[in-house]
Design a protein around this ligand. Structure first.
Ligand code: AMP
Ligand code: ZN
Length: 112
């Protein structure tokens, strides 16, 4: 996926402000935060979106979601946080490499 910006971040060809990394997952701060803390969890392997996932991806998806509270706590989000996965153009996805937004902090988030 040579033109995928998140693959380029994984490959070290684009910079990121890293939060966490293991063999499967990378987490880094969003370049346009919508809250005082806002980071993204991505699989290192290119997966276009949640709509491109099936049972085979369940362990990876589980690992990503299970990491969210751990990393949120490390980032100081003690009173809670919001997770969001935009999927497809209709779901507001702009970068077509699966990512979980984790954000919070400050006073309060708007109601959905
Ligand atoms: P989405 O609309 O869910 O596809 O969100 C894509 C997110 O990626 C947006 O919140 C962007 O601010 C963020 N983003 C785009 N490019 C970068 C980058 N180079 N480093 C960090 N975050 C980025
Ligand atoms: Zn990619």
């Amino acid at each position: 996926m040579s033109d995928c910006i998140f693959c380029k971040i994984v490959a070290g060809q684009l910079p990121s402000n890293k939060v966490y990394e293991d063999e499967d997952i990378l987490a880094f701060h969003d370049i346009h935060p919508v809250a005082p803390v806002h980071f993204l969890l991505i699989p290192k392997r290119h997966v276009e979106s949640l709509a491109h996932c099936d049972d085979e991806h369940a362990p990876l998806l589980g690992k990503m979601l299970a990491l969210a509270p751990k990393l949120a706590k490390e980032q100081g989000l003690d009173s809670g946080f919001r997770t969001m996965i935009n999927t497809g153009r209709g779901g507001g996805q702009e970068v077509f490499h699966l990512h979980v937004h984790v954000f919070g902090g400050g006073s309060h988030l708007p109601r959905l």
